[in-house]
Write a protein that binds this ligand. Structure first.
Ligand SMILES: [Zn+2]
Length: 449
């Protein structure tokens, strides 16, 4: 099949005006000028999207799709209060609810042009939903406890789940990893056990790190709302937490976490130059979640400094529970504008670079850049079409600017993963959207009662 559009963005190469992409089976065969390719392949079926952008699907570098039923449930509170309220409300959901919430998230991901998801899941619902929706995914099994007596059990259950998730579907689309939740919810011994397991098995690891001032104060000074309210509510155990005197980045270094082969740290808003150096030295990748960080008052990640030190970096949505939509256009736009407003103009922080961060750079952060993240011969056909023909988008001069400054998730008209069309203009090929939406309404009633 030949996909054609006004603009083709290979990402790893300059954009093509009036371009086309040739697909055979699950992969890309050729990328070039539409007119030439139509002549070379006269018998090929052509899908011409007109005034649109063809580009690699977005890589959402951090999310929790099973929290999709919590959209707008706890708004306008700072991070630690938001987290506490969510923990209280999530008790109302049963296993079927979590599964359908994750399916709602998977449907929104495809509708928004997200073709690869790095998800942290506690219930396992995200893994099942992503497998059945056909989305490419790395799902990290979340582990957390501050009670040392629970650690062996927590690890045993995680081991079982990871094995099950790895057998859920096509291994080229879905793989499993492990995720110690964060410093205030993960006992030091649990971090060590995760590191040992990840090193022994080559298992990818993701963790929330240096997320907010409350977390920083908890680790360094042993105080903050997370030290009191969170522990009483969530762990119900007095862990005898003492100030460590170091930053969160330094603290997990002492627990051996940076020895794991593939580590993805999430948020990283509370880092100084020495922390950035530590992350760079250990080749830790970072998922930045600009909209979630702004909405929950978590801080601003030092993107220019990360890039300057060569840290692998991409963008995550962090789920509808924290920032209401899985809209990667909003993430790029707000991420760029916050940096420019707070830090000032940086030559690297321009629209083209944000599109790369949301695709190829994020694939690199997951170690998947040999398969996805750009339109290149031999890579997987994970491709989206973004309609840019609306009156607020024309005339278009530079497609990267159009995407970052004028587009949103509803402009995505076509989403393909591994050559398979999974979403097109309001229709999902593998999901029963009417049932999922009806279930979302039932969960709304439960959660808001
Ligand atoms: Zn998260």
């Amino acid at each position: 099949m030949l996909l054609a559009a006004r603009y083709v963005l290979p990402i790893a190469a300059p954009h093509i005006v009036d371009g086309a992409v040739l697909i055979r089976g699950d992969h890309i065969v050729e990328v070039g000028e539409s007119e030439k390719m139509r002549k070379v392949y006269p018998d090929e079926e052509v899908r011409d999207f007109g005034l649109a952008v063809l580009m690699p699907g977005f890589v959402d570098l951090h999310t929790h799709l099973e929290f999709s039923a919590m959209r707008g449930l706890v708004d306008d509170l700072p991070y630690s209060q938001w987290k506490l309220q969510l923990l209280e409300k999530e008790e109302r959901l049963d296993a079927q609810d979590w599964n359908d919430a994750a399916l709602l998230g998977a449907a929104e991901a495809l509708e928004s042009g997200i073709t690869t998801v790095a998800d942290i899941s506690d219930s396992g619902a995200s893994a099942h939903a992503l497998a059945s929706a056909g989305v490419r995914a790395l799902v990290y099994r979340e582990v957390s406890t501050m009670d040392p007596r629970e650690i062996d059990d927590v690890m045993a259950r995680a081991t079982e789940d990871i094995q099950e998730w790895n057998e859920l579907g096509d291994p080229s689309r879905l793989t499993a990893g492990i995720a110690p939740h964060g410093t205030y919810s993960t006992h030091p011994t649990l971090y060590r056990k995760v590191a040992e397991k990840a090193i022994a098995e080559g298992l990818p690891v993701s963790t929330h790190l240096a997320t907010s001032r409350d977390e920083y104060d908890f680790v360094r000074y042993g105080s903050s709302r997370l030290a009191v309210d969170y522990r009483q509510t969530f762990s119900g155990v007095d862990v005898g937490w003492l100030p460590t005197g170091v930053s969160p980045v330094r603290y997990v270094e002492q627990l051996g976490l940076y020895e794991v082969p593939e580590l993805l740290a999430v948020h990283c808003t509370q880092v100084d130059d020495s922390d950035i150096e530590t992350l760079a030295e250990h080749n830790v990748a970072v998922a930045t979640c600009p909209r979630c960080n702004a909405k929950l008052g978590m801080g601003v990640a030092p993107i220019a400094a990360f890039l300057h030190r060569g840290i692998r970096l991409g963008i995550g949505t962090d789920s509808p529970a924290s920032n209401n939509t899985l809209d990667m256009f909003d993430e790029m736009r707000i991420g760029l504008l916050i940096q420019r407003a707070v830090v000032g103009y940086e030559p690297h922080l321009v629209a083209r670079h944000y599109v790369k961060m949301a695709t190829l750079d994020a694939a690199r952060a997951l170690g998947m850049e040999d398969r996805v993240g750009s339109l290149e011969p031999g890579k997987q056909a994970d491709i989206i079409a973004v309609d840019i023909s609306h009156s607020h988008q024309i005339p278009t001069l530079y497609p990267y600017s159009t995407l970052v400054h004028t587009a949103n998730q509803e402009n995505v008209v076509f989403t393909m993963v591994a050559g398979q069309v999974l979403y097109e203009s309001g229709r999902w090929s593998l999901l029963d959207i009417d049932r999922i939406q009806a279930r979302a309404e039932e969960m709304r009633v439960k959660l808001r009662a």
